[in-house]
Design a protein around this ligand. Structure first.
Ligand code: MRU
Length: 339
C-alpha cells in the first residue's frame, strides 16, 4: 500500500492518526498544510518523512506563480525552512530537503526547468524508497529462519515508508520466500504506533502478529518466545549508535541479556556520517498531553510533571547487525560505507 504520493499538484497521504479505525487519505494543498500533517503525525516514520519533505518542495514549485527562477528558488528556500522546523530527529527529512534543494540550485536557468527538476527529484526519492526497501528485505531475509518469531517496535512498515517497509520489509521478504515467520508487535506508548499501525498493516497482509504492551517485552523474551528483534531507525551516527522510537534502547538491553540477535533495518539515507555518535543526535520532545492522555481519556492528575522524548539512542555495542540496501553490516562498519 502506498502511503504518500503526488496527485493533482497536491500531496496525498494516508492520515495515520485515524488508523486503525479509518483508512482515510487526505490532501495537503501547500507546504504549510504538509508541515502541519508532519507535526500532527498524520504522516510519520523516517523514510515517509523524507518523501513528504521532497513532495512539499514539489507542490511549492507546481503551484508557484513566480515568473523568475530566483523568486521560485526563494519560495523553495522558505518552504524547506518550514519543513526543517517540523520534527528534528529523522535524518531522511533533512537529506531529502538537501537533495532536492541542491538539484533546484543546479537547474535554475528558467522556472520551467526548475519546476521539472524539483518534481523529478522528489518523485525519485519516493520511487527509490520502494526499491531500497525491497533490496533491504532481500538482504535481511537471509538472517531469518523458518519458524522465527520476530519482535518489532513502533511501526517500521509500509506506513513508515512510501511502501513495503524497512523492518517489516524484511518480514515480508522472508514470507515471500516461504518462511513461516510471525511477529510480536509492542504497543509503543505514548502514540501506540505498534498497536494501531503495525498490527493493522500486518493483519491486512495476513502475516501472523501478536500485540503486547511495552512492559511485557522482558517476560516474553524470558519465555523464549522471541528469536530475533528487528527495528527501524530515525538517525544513525557514524559510530553505529541508533536513534529510534522511545523504548528501543530498553528492548536492546533486554535482547542482549537474553542473547537474542538485535537487528536494525535502515536505508543508507537514515545514516548521518556527519554525526559522530548518538549523544549528538537531537531528540524530539513532544507535547506532555501525549503521555497524560490515551484516546482522549485523562490518565494522570492535572499539572503533573511529564517527560515525553519521542526517541532514544541504542548504543552500537547492543546492535548485532545493521541491514541496508547495500548489505548487512556490523555497526562498526557503517562509517566505511561513506569514506
Ligand atoms: O515518531 P514516529 O512514528 O515518526 O517514529 C517512527 C520510528 O521511530 C520508526 O521506527 C523509524 O522512523 C523507522 S521507520 C522505517
Amino acid at each position: 500500500m502506498r502511503t504518500i504520493e503526488l496527485e493533482d499538484n497536491q500531496v496525498k497521504l494516508i492520515d495515520q492518526t485515524l488508523l486503525p479505525t479509518e483508512a482515510k487519505f487526505v490532501k495537503c494543498i501547500n507546504v504549510e498544510e504538509l508541515a502541519r500533517a508532519i507535526e500532527e503525525m498524520k504522516i510519520r516514520g523516517a523514510p515517509a518523512l523524507g518523501a513528504a519533505a521532497g513532495f512539499g518542495l514539489a507542490i511549492t514549485v507546481m503551484n508557484s506563480e513566480s515568473t523568475k527562477p530566483e523568486k521560485m528558488l526563494q519560495e523553495l528556500k522558505n518552504a524547506a525552512g518550514r519543513i526543517r522546523r517540523t520534527r528534528p530527529t529523522a535524518a531522511n527529512l533533512f537529506s531529502a530537503l538537501d537533495r532536492v534543494m541542491k538539484t533546484a540550485e543546479q537547474n535554475a536557468a528558467s522556472v520551467e526547468e526548475l519546476r521539472e527538476a524539483v518534481v523529478e527529484a522528489a518523485e525519485a526519492i519516493a520511487e527509490e524508497d520502494i526499491q531500497v526497501n525491497q533490496k533491504m528485505g532481500e538482504n535481511g531475509s537471509e538472517l531469518i529462519e523458518d519458524g522465527d518469531t520476530i519482535l518489532t517496535h513502533c511501526n517500521a512498515g509500509s506506513l513508515a515508508c512510501v511502501d513495503y517497509g524497512t523492518a517489516l520489509g524484511v518480514v515480508r521478504a522472508a514470507r515471500e520466500q516461504g518462511k513461516d515467520v510471525s511477529v510480536i508487535a509492542t504497543e509503543t506508548r505514548p502514540l501506540c504506533q505498534g498497536a494501531r499501525l503495525t498490527t493493522w498493516e500486518l493483519q491486512r497482509d495476513d502475516i501472523p502478529v501478536t500485540l503486547i504492551t511495552d512492559n511485557m517485552v522482558g517476560r516474553v523474551m524470558s519465555e523464549e518466545k522471541v528469536n530475533r528483534v528487528i527495528v527501524g531507525a530515525d538517525r544513525i551516527a557514524a559510530n553505529g549508535d541508533v536513534a529510534n522510537k522511545i523504548g528501543t534502547y530498553t528492548i536492546a538491553v533486554l535482547a542482549n541479556r537474553h542473547e537474542i540477535p538485535f537487528y536494525v533495518a535502515t536505508p543508507l539515507s537514515t545514516i548521518d556520517p556527519q554525526t559522530e555518535s548518538g549523544g549528538e543526535i537531537e531528540i524530539e520532545n513532544r507535547d506532555p498531553k501525549e503521555v497524560t492522555t490515551l484516546a482522549g481519556q485523562e490518565l494522570a492528575p492535572k499539572e503533573i510533571n511529564v517527560l515525553n522524548p519521542a526517541f532514544d539512542v541504542t548504543p552500537a555495542e547492543l546492535i548485532t547487525r545493521i541491514i541496508t540496501e547495500k548489505g548487512v553490516f556490523k555497526p562498526s562498519e557503517i562509517k566505511s560505507l561513506f569514506d
